[in-house]
Design a protein around this ligand. Structure first.
Ligand SMILES: *Cc1c(COP(=O)(O)O)cnc(C)c1O
Length: 424
């Protein structure tokens, strides 16, 4: 069977995410993944330097995670999590909480990043409700991305992604990301809304889907401190930044202030099985702790705390904490920071930036920065031809490699970036 055959069968039945199906004639059938590489039917290999939408931590088809999931599959594959519990969920919660800021005390499981955000929002709104208050406004950053379900869309920056649903999204006050100049202005705006606001939700240090926009930990700390003073709950969405991406285990490790709630998914299971987690402080949890059944958090998904996903999460976290992985993260961070210097002096590059294992830059094209920027599509194909999977966000090119990438492989990618840039 040729890949054309698979492409035709695919197009007859499958509707792909974020894809205009009419013009998508180039969807690549993949048959196998191993480490950094994905393989198509002709055994052509592709370097997956976007970690398959930012989820793969230790490379594809990691044998240790596979083994642990297989063992779990043969022991207990699923059990209703209302009224029942199991060792993998208990262990994963214990292990995760140990790594988080010390005010994080309870773990709520769901299915993906968007649901982790939905749970967080519901916790904050009901936190007020359970205390007899009505606080339904929410603060968020412009350009934010928190997922594609309705609550998550509401707190994401307004864009053509959310345009068709705009009238159905709830009320959110959007503020700029902080810098040394606008802090006082942001504080004034927060203060204006603090009384009616249930919470402030943000992507810490990196706004991923908006184009890997970065801002300083010191400025976020300042803003968080002010939110704390104003009695505003904070949701730190670490769905992307968690599990080593920013060079530390969590973006929280760059900060001194602590959020009330945190959201995780993507790298949580090493990118193997979908799962979301929302953690919270006892301060939040205790407003639900009651003899009054109305104060219950009425939320749950069929596969809440699925044992297979928990087993994958445990295995991935073990791998992440190994010295070898930590050394790799430091090495990638170091290599990226050297390459950022090279990029910065390139005539076709603007705003080269990096935090930890995340590297990004804007391609100077004369077309401006837009998701629809045609150059993104051209670059995507150019890199694919070279056996490298990149998925530019408009004219923003970024690398988010799995931690198993070698320095030689990373150099190869850098070299190809420079060659492609010279062609523009
Ligand atoms: C990807 C992402 C989400 C949504 O996660 P899904 O698993 O795709 O629903 C939420 N928040 C951030 C910061 C993300 O990057």
């Amino acid at each position: 069977m040729t890949s054309t055959h698979l492409q035709q069968r695919d197009k007859a039945v499958n509707w792909h995410p974020y894809t205009q199906m009419k013009t998508a004639n180039d969807i690549v059938p993949i048959v196998k993944g191993k480490g950094l590489y994905l393989y198509d039917q002709e055994n052509k290999k592709y370097m997956d330097v976007v970690s398959s939408w930012w989820v793969t931590l230790h490379g594809h088809s990691h044998p240790y995670i596979a083994q642990r999931v297989f063992e779990q599959l043969n022991t207990l594959e699923q059990v209703i999590f209302a009224g029942f519990t199991h060792e993998p969920a208990i262990q994963l919660s214990e292990n995760l909480l140990q790594l988080l800021p010390d005010n994080q005390e309870k773990v709520f499981y769901s299915d993906n990043g968007s649901t982790a955000v939905e749970v967080a929002l519901k916790m904050c709104i009901q936190y007020a409700h359970n205390q007899g208050k009505k606080k339904t406004k929410i603060l968020a950053f412009k350009n934010a991305y928190h997922g594609d379900t309705f609550g998550a869309m509401s707190v994401s920056g307004k864009s053509f992604w959310t345009k068709p649903f705009e009238s159905m999204l709830f009320e959110v006050v959007f503020i700029d990301t902080p810098n040394s100049e606008n802090l006082e202005q942001l504080k004034a705006k927060i203060k204006d809304h603090a009384d009616e606001a249930a919470c402030f939700i943000y992507e810490p240090l990196v706004q991923g889907a908006a184009g890997m926009l970065m801002y300083e930990a010191e400025d976020l700390d300042n803003l968080m401190k002010f939110c704390r003073e104003q009695g505003l709950l904070m949701i730190q969405d670490e769905v992307f930044t968690g599990f080593g991406r920013t060079g530390k285990l969590f973006a929280a490790d760059h900060l001194t202030e602590k959020p009330d709630i945190m959201c995780f998914s993507k790298g949580l299971t090493g990118g193997t099985i979908p799962m979301g987690i929302t953690t919270c402080s006892d301060e939040i949890y205790n407003t639900f702790w009651s003899d009054d059944r109305h104060k219950t958090l009425f939320h749950g998904h069929s596969f809440t705390a699925n044992p297979l996903a928990c087993a994958a999460g445990l295995a991935s976290m073990e791998l992440l904490l190994e010295e070898e992985t930590q050394t790799s993260i430091k090495r990638i961070t170091q290599q990226h920071s050297e390459f950022v210097k090279v990029l910065s002096s390139h005539p076709h590059v603007e705003n080269a930036r990096q935090i930890g294992t995340i590297l990004a830059f804007d391609c100077r094209t004369g077309q401006g920065t837009s998701y629809f920027n045609e150059v993104g599509k051209q670059l995507y194909h150019e890199f694919l031809q070279r056996g490298i999977i990149m998925r530019p966000l408009g004219n923003v090119i970024y690398l988010v490699p799995p931690y198993c990438i070698t320095s030689g492989e990373l150099e190869f990618v850098y070299q190809n970036i420079l060659e492609v840039l010279d062609q523009i």
